[in-house]
Design a protein around this ligand. Structure first.
Ligand SMILES: N[C@@H](CCC(=O)N[C@@H](CS)C(=O)NCC(=O)O)C(=O)O
Length: 256
């Protein structure tokens, strides 16, 4: 058996940011090794973070090692993998659109993380509960609608945007960048899943306003390889160690 070319380094036990990269491999049936979940464990990952491995020094997981390349930053990893795994159309405009969507989703992920760790990542949630409650109040009311509403508008306009007169959307497509699933769609799926887990009441209220986002989410979930992955043991459950954590006090009190 040939050794898989791609080695993913991410913390074992959580989906976290590593999941955006796992989904790219899983959705395309690309062999990869999830190194820290294997016999090498976290020590293999720390070797890179501590500077004891060759190549670029990664700042934080996830990072990818392929041939001589060490590549950190989720969005950079996906921009690299997109063309190789045929998870983005060929033209430059689509590739740049995919990057913008991915970076915006990364901002949303960062904000979701900061709802439970608004003061410092090094402190326990319990030690920043008051600040977390205050931050989450604004996140669920302002930021979830702003980010998901933007994705909805991107889908409404279609991958080509408006026509020259700025009148209507060009041909609507089932996915963000056209008729085929892209890594941006996989990330949309993941962020909706994460927000549903962490903020079920806020999402129940929000989803009425974003039917196109929900439709892309559902379509990604039905992709045969994605569906098989989600049903497998490789898909870790969400938990309160990851980025999307369910603390009921941080969610909306009830639907508006
Ligand atoms: N901007 C980076 C963020 C990477 C990051 O914050 N990784 C987290 C886990 S999801 C981590 O291990 N952080 C450790 C640290 O910041 O020291 C990305 O999108 O990949």
């Amino acid at each position: 058996m040939t050794k898989p070319r791609y080695a993913l380094y991410y913390w074992p036990g959580i989906q976290g940011r590593g999941e955006f990269v796992r989904l790219a491999f899983e959705a395309t049936g690309t062999p990869y090794v999830d190194v820290a979940r294997g016999p090498g464990g976290v020590a293999a990952l720390r070797r890179f973070l501590d500077g004891h491995a060759p190549g670029m020094l990664p700042f934080a997981p996830p990072f990818l090692v392929v041939d001589e390349i060490v590549l950190a930053q989720t969005s950079a990893i996906l921009a690299f993998l997109g063309p190789r795994l045929e998870l983005v159309p060929d033209d430059e405009a689509s590739r740049l659109a995919a990057q913008q969507i991915q970076l915006t989703i990364a901002d949303l992920v960062g904000e979701a993380h900061d709802t439970h760790h608004p003061v410092a990542t090094s402190l326990y949630f319990e030690d920043q509960r008051a600040e977390a409650t205050r931050r989450a109040h604004h996140f669920v009311r302002e930021q979830i609608p702003k980010y998901l509403g933007w994705l909805e508008r991107v889908l409404e306009r279609g991958p080509g945007g408006l026509d020259e007169g700025g009148r209507g959307a060009r041909a609507a497509t089932p996915f963000l960048l056209g008729t085929r699933v892209s890594y941006a769609d996989l990330s949309l799926f993941q962020v909706v899943e994460g927000l549903r887990y962490a903020f079920p009441r806020a999402m129940e209220a929000e989803e009425k306003a974003i039917p196109r986002v929900v439709a892309v989410h559902d379509q990604v979930a039905r992709e045969p390889r994605v569906a098989a992955y989600l049903a497998s043991e490789r898909r870790l459950p969400f938990n309160e160690s990851g980025i999307f954590r369910h603390y009921p006090e941080l969610d909306r009190e009830c639907s508006p």
